[in-house]
Design a protein around this ligand. Structure first.
Ligand SMILES: Cc1cc2nc3c(=O)[nH]c(=O)nc-3n(C[C@H](O)[C@H](O)[C@H](O)COP(=O)(O)OP(=O)(O)OC[C@H]3O[C@@H](n4cnc5c(N)ncnc54)[C@H](O)[C@@H]3O)c2cc1C
Ligand SMILES: *[C@@H]1O[C@H](CO)[C@@H](O)[C@H](O)[C@H]1NC(C)=O
Ligand SMILES: *[C@@H]1O[C@H](CO)[C@@H](O)[C@H](O)[C@H]1NC(C)=O
Ligand SMILES: *[C@@H]1O[C@H](CO)[C@@H](O)[C@H](O)[C@H]1NC(C)=O
Ligand SMILES: *[C@@H]1O[C@H](CO)[C@@H](O)[C@H](O)[C@H]1NC(C)=O
Length: 518
């Protein structure tokens, strides 16, 4: 299959220009109360009127996100059939007397309303992939003798679908998130991190080229060589400079199987020392390194990893030490004889509690797709993700794990694992701490309408604690509401970030839910 290129063929453009606009009941109340700009948009754009669809159910789906905390309805939803439709919408907004806001919505798995467009237009990115036979994921196994393989994937595509498609050629991307029901454009607008980041960098460091619809409604192809300011800006750019409609992503040969390990520690210092040892091994160590804090006597669930006896053993230890740490590792392989030998050598170098090491053996696909998509049951997700410099991770453990959230016991997943800064490309927009090794900590807590504010108050307390203790952390998937805070977040990168905004989205139309530019 030929790599997909965005080219604007005028005839095809007019034929496929089928924008479906759904008017919200909230903003619309029937036919006659629409915002004036929407009427202007309908009159001026090239759209046949009969494809404008009134469906108040539609906008409600686009008024909230995975967090279930922030709700705000758009005035309309665009279901584009091509990147050109998105460009047409952005041009209409750009040229309107009163420009309206536009947010691309990938899979809506933000937790703080980042993909909402209150009173504006949400672009339902998934509609780009609705065109029947999927021509939006194209694998090039052997581009030419000297080039590594790659996949061209639509910005709206879910990583799980990118995996399925690339595996047909025995290939796969090399850097992943834990959960694959996220879109290419959504994770590339943040960073895309997981257990392979220490070795290959975040997903944004594994991209060769992008197509982007800018805030002026232009479709631009960019890479390290061509339009490089847009390329570096858009990667980790929080949707501020354009809508990513295609990404060319690096591939490698996919391994067949994964030996998946869980190692338990009662001692935080040994836990982080082993993680740091493992991420210092460029090859020949673990292929995947993460970890979790099991706080407040929390044990492990019955799973394919643990026998009932194991579950009890872990629970007893967790009670005795008031919590445990679990290093999670993966070693990829094709032939099991070599993996057994390799593991024997590696495990000898580690300091987990003797006997408290467990392993599972799964296919590569099952490993990557290990976190299922859960139905929305109304749970609230006041999640907090931070990057912490290695030199302060112990202070964070004492102040937060053993302090602020010590006796809090809602259902929670607390992730903690290190990464190497030299695998990140500092020219990209994502903000990271200024230390060679830094940790990500994810406080993934599941809340109810009754207790979410309490948990969110703890999040604020944690941020204050870092501030007062002088821990120079960065938020990942950041949530700030004042430009002062955003300036601090971006630090040295702020001036360039603001300059790129003036260049590529001068009317400040895109991704208003990030609250970066007024
Ligand atoms: C259960 C769960 C597990 C997660 N696990 C991980 C993980 O392991 N690692 C990790 O790094 N992250 C993880 N995340 C966070 C996730 O990467 C971000 O929330 C990401 O933004 C979600 O992608 P999405 O497609 O749903 O984006 P949305 O929430 O739809 O959008 C996010 C932001 O990007 C903008 N945007 C969306 N699409 C585009 C586009 N094509 N072009 C430009 N801008 C766009 C939106 O306007 C919005 O501002 C997880 C989130 C959840 C809910
Ligand atoms: C809107 O949702 C309601 C309740 O789920 C359903 O009965 C109705 O048919 C939906 N309307 C449209 C236009 O889809
Ligand atoms: C774990 O699950 C197995 C099989 O589902 C069951 O036989 C066993 O009793 C369970 N153990 C515990 C501790 O729940
Ligand atoms: C930490 O690791 C060291 C070195 O392997 C070991 O001697 C010590 O017993 C470990 N401590 C705990 C509490 O496991
Ligand atoms: C646990 O680690 C030891 C080496 O310390 C190893 O021999 C054993 O096979 C491991 N057990 C499992 C289940 O991986």
């Amino acid at each position: 299959m030929a790599p997909r290129r965005t080219c604007l063929k005028p005839a095809a453009f007019l034929l496929t220009l089928s924008l479906l606009i759904a008017l919200t009941s909230a903003a619309g109340h029937g036919c006659c109360n629409r915002p004036p700009w929407l009427e202007t948009f309908r009159r001026r754009s090239l759209l046949p009127v009969d494809i404008i669809n009134l469906d108040s159910n539609d906008t409600s789906e686009f008024s909230a996100d995975y967090g279930n905390i922030i709700k705000a309805a758009p005035s309309a939803v665009l279901h584009p059939s091509s990147p050109a439709d998105i460009a047409e919408l952005v041009r209409s907004a750009y040229n309107a007397p009163q420009p309206f806001k536009i947010a691309a919505r990938g899979h809506g798995h933000s937790v703080r309303g980042q993909a909402l467009a209150p009173g504006g237009v949400v672009v339902d990115m998934a509609a780009l992939g609705d065109g029947g036979a999927n021509d939006r994921i194209n694998v090039r196994a052997a581009p030419d003798a000297n080039s590594p393989p790659y996949v061209d994937a639509g910005g709206e595509q879910l990583w799980i679908d990118v995996l399925r498609e690339t595996l047909k050629s025995g290939l796969a991307p090399r850097s992943w998130t834990d959960f694959l029901h996220l879109t290419v454009g959504g994770t590339l607008s943040n960073a895309g991190i997981g257990g392979q980041t220490y070795r290959f960098g975040p997903q944004i460091a594994n991209v060769y080229e992008l197509d982007v619809v800018t805030g002026k409604g232009e479709i631009m192809t960019c890479s390290r060589e061509i339009n490089s300011d847009l390329f570096y800006g858009a990667l980790g750019g929080l949707g501020q400079f354009g809508v990513i409609t295609r990404a060319r992503i690096a591939l490698e040969r996919a391994p067949q199987r994964v030996r998946w390990l869980r190692l338990f520690y009662t001692d935080f210092g040994n836990f982080t020392r082993d993680q740091e040892l493992l991420i210092s091994m460029p090859a020949g160590g673990f292929d995947y390194v993460e970890g979790q804090a099991l706080l407040g006597q929390k044990g492990v669930d019955n799973s394919s990893f643990f026998s009932s006896a194991d579950v009890e053993k872990v629970a007893a230890l967790a009670a005795q030490f008031d919590g445990l740490y679990m290093l999670e590792g993966g070693v990829y392989y094709d032939s099991s004889s070599s993996v057994d030998e390799k593991l024997e050598v590696l495990l000898k170098q580690l300091s987990f509690v003797p006997g408290l090491n467990f392993s599972n053996d799964v296919s590569y696909t099952d490993f990557l797709a290990r976190v299922p998509e859960l139905p929305d049951d109304g749970t609230l997700h006041p999640w907090l993700n931070l990057f912490l410099p290695k030199s302060r991770v112990r202070d964070f453990q004492i102040g937060v794990f053993k302090g602020i959230i010590k006796d809090t016991d809602p259902a929670a997943l607390v992730l903690l694992y290190p990464m190497n800064k030299n695998k990140w490309d500092e020219g990209m927009s994502a903000a990271i701490p200024n230390e060679e090794v830094f940790y990500t900590v994810g406080l993934l807590r599941f809340a109810t309408a009754e207790n979410w504010k309490f948990l969110d108050g703890q999040n604020d307390e944690i941020l204050r604690f870092c501030e007062e203790a002088g821990i120079e952390m960065k938020q990942y998937l950041p949530h700030y509401t004042t430009q002062e805070d955003w300036k601090k977040h971006f630090g040295d990168k702020w001036d360039r970030f603001a300059e790129l905004k003036r260049k590529f989205d001068p009317k400040v139309l895109l991704s208003p839910g990030q609250h970066i530019f007024a």
